[in-house]
Design a protein around this ligand. Structure first.
Ligand code: ATP
Length: 219
């Protein structure tokens, strides 16, 4: 594998555990760390290595060679003290990239102040994403700014059996279609005369208010 990376995941709750499974499935090496022996037993056959250890102990982290890992994820949830102590220790001993899970905005602020490279709020972000998917047709989104995005949407019914040339979306809807995905075929840049079919996926760029105009589902 070309970009094989070494990850360490500390805290084997539902989030940490799912992360390990996905990283391993993608072919990466993952060290799993938890204080709980039972959790470690669950992951010995899944992770590349699974070690029972307390991540707030600097000597233990050094012994595990934690600074050699490309990314270390702190996925300890309930124990706020252990979460913050682990993140600060990892940064102090020189781990390149520390990602830590935060429960609240204040917790996230503390993690940022101590130098955590990336703070994540999985529950909050998943809920936001899900809420949007209930009212919009958006499958994937890249925010270019607070007002502009590139999104992947299922072709709206009003676009089906029409071509881009016919619809003139740049002028009429203020959006640009960057690509059309039809089954496994991708048309990029899109052929202006291609007829859009139901279940085609469109990649569009534009201002969010205009994107939402075409992506709103008829509920
Ligand atoms: P999720 O919502 O992802 O299921 P959670 O946010 O509820 O998880 P916890 O269950 O509180 O997270 O913590 C995840 C794991 O972190 C637990 O298995 C716990 O044993 C482990 N953990 C707690 N403190 C430490 C520590 N100091 N060192 C290593 N692991 C720890």
């Amino acid at each position: 594998m070309k970009n094989k990376r070494q990850f360490a995941v500390i805290g084997l709750g539902r989030f940490g555990g799912s992360l390990i499974k996905e990283l391993v499935a993608m072919g990466h090496e993952v060290l799993a760390i938890d204080t709980d022996e039972e959790k470690i037993e669950d992951y010995v056959d899944i992770a590349t290595h699974a070690v029972q250890a307390d991540s707030t102990d600097e000597a233990v982290l050094r012994k595990l060679g934690i600074t050699n890992f490309d990314v270390v994820v702190v996925s300890i949830g309930n124990n706020l003290q252990a979460n913050i102590l682990t993140a600060i220790t990892l940064k102090e001993i020189g781990v390149k990239k520390v990602i830590a899970k935060a429960r609240t905005a204040l917790h996230g602020k503390v993690l940022e102040k101590i130098g955590t490279d990336m703070v994540i709020y999985p529950e909050r972000d998943m809920a936001i994403k899900l809420a949007h998917s209930f009212v919009h047709n958006i499958m994937n989104q890249i925010d270019l700014s607070s007002e502009y995005s590139i999104v992947e949407i299922l072709a709206p019914a009003e676009f089906v059996n029409k071509s881009l040339r016919q619809m003139d979306l740049r002028t009429k809807k203020n959006i640009a279609v960057i690509a059309i995905k039809h089954d496994e075929e991708i048309s990029l840049p899109p052929d202006p005369d291609q007829i859009i079919k139901a279940r085609d996926i469109l990649v569009i760029a534009g201002e969010n208010k205009y994107i939402n105009n075409v992506a709103d589902l008829d509920l």
